[in-house]
Every structure is written in C-alpha cells, then in structure tokens.
Design a protein around this ligand. Sequence first.
Ligand SMILES: [Mg+2]
Length: 551
Amino acid sequence: MSVAYGTISDVRRAPTILHLDMDAFFAAAEQAAKPSLRGKPVVVGGIGGRGVVSTASYEARVFGVRSAMPTAQARRLCPNAAYLTPRFHVYRQVSEKVMALLHELSPLVEPLSLDEAFVDLEAGGVADDAASARAVGEQLRRDILAVTGLTGSVGLAGAKMLAKIASEQAKPDGLVLIEPGTERELLGPMTVRTLPGVGPATAEALRKAGIHTVAETAEAGEAELVRLLGRAHGTGLYAMALGRDDRPVVAERDAKSVSVEDTFEVDLTDRTRVRAEVMRLADRCVQRLRAAGRSGRTVVLKVRNYDFSTLTRSETQRGPTDDPAVVREAAGRLLDLIDTTGGVRLLGVGVTGLADFTQEDLFAQVATERAAEEARLVEEARAVDGAAANSGGEEAEEAAERPRKWLPGLDVVHAEYGPGWVQGSGLGRVTVRFEQPWSAPGRVRTFLVDDPALSPGEALPLVGGGPDVPPVADEGAHPPITSDPLRPMAADPPSPTAPAAPTAAESFPPAAQSSDEPAIRPNSRSADPAAGRPTASSPASSASVAEISSR
Ligand SMILES: [Mg+2]
C-alpha cells in the first residue's frame, strides 16, 4: 500500500464492497416486455396531471428527462416518448430474482431500493482482492442478464460511498472498480454534489465559498467546512471528501429497530380500545422513525397478555416505509391475528429492517402508493369485466356505463388477438399493441373501451416465456385501423395459421365467452370484435395514440 493510503485508513484494503444498481430499471423492464419500445424513449411514472417521473430510459434522458421531474415537464422535453404507468408487480418480481442472486454472494446484503443494494463480498468469502472482486462482479452482471433479461451496473470499492460512486460511473451496463489508494485522485475533480448528503442547498453554500469540487472541499479543511455547514454536516462532509467512509454493509436482519410500547394499569379487554391503542402506537412509532430520518420494511406488533404471555407478529413490506398509513394498516392486520379476549397488559409497535437512505425512501414510498393505486384500478376493471360477462343483459348494460381505466402500459388480453398492452386511451376508445416480450414488435388496434373481448391481462415473463405461448396471428384480413406512429411494423406478421385465441381463452374465459355471446351486451356496438374497432382513422384513435408517441 502507498503512503497516501494512511490518510484513508477507514477504507478497507480490498475493493470488496459491491454496489449494484440496475440500469434505468422500470423503463428497462418495460422495454424488455414491449419489443416496440426497445431503443425508444420510455418514461415510467405518474401519467396524470400532477404525476412525477419514476424512471426515464436512456433514450429519454438524452432529451433531459430525469427521475422526480414532473411528468408534464417531461412531456414538453420529450413529447415522443412512451409514457407508461408503473407495473410494480413486475418490477418486484424482477427485484426478487436480483436480490436472490446477491444473497448467493454474501449474507451481508443491504438493499437500498427495488433495484439497488450493497453487498459485502469479503463477508461472503467470495472475494478478498481486486481481481477476485472484479471476477465476482462480472459474473454477477452476466447472471443478472441471464435471469432477468436486464442489465445492471456494478461498483466495487473499499467503502460504500465509493462503491456507489463507482456504479454510477459504470452506467449503463458496466463495472467500475476503485482501487483502494486511488480514491482521492478519482474523487478530486468531481463536483461536490457527488458526495452523499450534498444536496442543492449545501452545494450552494459551498459554491458561495468558492468550493465546487471534492478536491476543493478537502482542501478547505474541516474547520472551514464546520464553519460553513455546522459541526455534524461539516465533519461528515470532510471525511467523505477524503474518501473516508467506514459504514458497514448491514443486512436487514441486523438493522436496529424503532419501537414504542405502553403498559396499561388495567388490562384492556375491549377490542375497539385495543385497536385504537395500536393505531396510536403506530403513529408514535412513525414519528420516531421520521425524527431519526429513517424508514423500515418490517412492522412488528407486540402483545403481552393478562397472564404475561407475550406474542409478537410481524409483516414485511415490499419496500421501506415511514408512512403512518402503511404502518397502521400493517399493525391492524397483525392485531387481527392475535386473540386478546383475556385482556392485554402491554402493546408495542415497532418498525425494523431500517435503512437510512432518503431519496430511495421516497421512491419506495411512491412505489407503495402507486402499487396500491394500480391494484385498485386493475381490480375495478376486473370487477366490471366479471359483471359484464357473468350477468344478464340489464346488469351488463349498467356495467358498461362505468368507465374502465385503461392506463397506458398495463397488460390486457383480447379474446381474438391475445395478450398486449394499452398504448393509449381516450374519447371512449383504447389502443392496444399486441406483442409479447419474445415476439417481434406488434401492431396496434383500437377498440371501444367497453369492448367485451378486451380484459385486463397478466404480466408476461421477461425471460423464458416464449416457447409455450403461440404467437398471435395478425390476419391480413384485418388491417390495423390506426396508422402506427411509433415505427414501421415488422414486414412479416406471424403466420395467419397460428392459433390466436387459446391464450386469451385460457386466461380469461369470461371475456372469451362474452365475445361469443354478443346478446349479453345489447347496447354495445362492439359485440363482434371486428366491428368494435372504429371504422375510420378517427380523431379518437389518433388522439389516444398520440398520448404514447407520434414520432
Ligand atoms: Mg437503478
């Protein structure tokens, strides 16, 4: 080791801390699922008036679109991108596969979000020097691609902060290893914004003092930084500027918890009172959690009974939360599992699996909310479908009057054309692109929103899903009504003799059934799927398509 290394003694001597970050995760997953979007700008996020961008594909970033930007602003910057509502159930499935690969490397895996985690390779015994760490990182990237069909970037360094900076440098689809001893040289010219905890306000305070780069930050010295930023922040920033970061990789189960509990002078027997106390404790717990600037995944309920027997029950969320509603609801569900009829002496609510990240936090929060919203919309659509397909004429009519939410990006299946996804909707019509992850780019067709042949669909696997599912025929007898604004379609549609209906019929018998029984929807112009498509290149269909893309 070089002499200079002595100044950064808190960095371990081998680059065995790995930081994985999937590349443009949500957008990449959508491109993998939707062949027509590959190589195209894709923006995943809230698509409503006040929506915010979750992830932009690299093609969209070229136009300046960024995460956390209002979607309206993104649309101005990149009007031709596909704007899709998130499909969190898909991203979670992919995330679980990625995290499983990481756990094969080490018991010390610290997830930061669905697509990002630290791994201590040394603790896992899989690497103890630069060469072995690099080999593990490269193999991991290959495994992730094979298992998920998506790329991730890997940073390797002797400290978490540096590993994260390295993975950022590696993007997209790369690996960067920072040799211990080279940190200061590497960090020096970088903007001070590179350092953890330096947001716009801190950067502005530093800029006024003439400090722009990491090297200038280190040169300013600890005393000057403390004077500018206060003791805690100044001291921390000085250490970071020197590349010092001795924070360990913390597996979730080792993380501390935040909890609150109350003992009652008189045993509680009233179930309503018990529930009210649990809700109150949940709120207090979240207050503490937020005061500590933290969030956690696992909600724990503790109940001590009249006889001093103590029970704990826990529920792990998909991502870290500090949302009082999420903690309250989880605690409420846990309470449902416990018999309190004998009387309760003590109640406690805790959150464990803590993480001290901030931006990822918010992100996970948004994820939770969006997932709930998405699930609700899908449920609504299903309920309408069920009513339309299984009931008599009158009820079907009533159901048809309820608007169905066909959000762009969501999976659908058509009784005749098979699986596809919503490209856009508006003015009573929905445009669907019929393609699968393993197919060539598919064609778009437009239907009435209440077309009985159209149902919400299941997400298709991104890898390994092709062979079992027959390609969907795209008969020349039914030319697409809307011109395709996205791109010229594949010149050769799949064979017209390929079976089209089985997939749809198996997945959604009600939809298939209703398309066979047009009498069920007496007021529908679209009982016959072919007749359901608009008969001209109507403003409705072009408007709905324009929502997605019109390049
Ligand atoms: Mg990422």
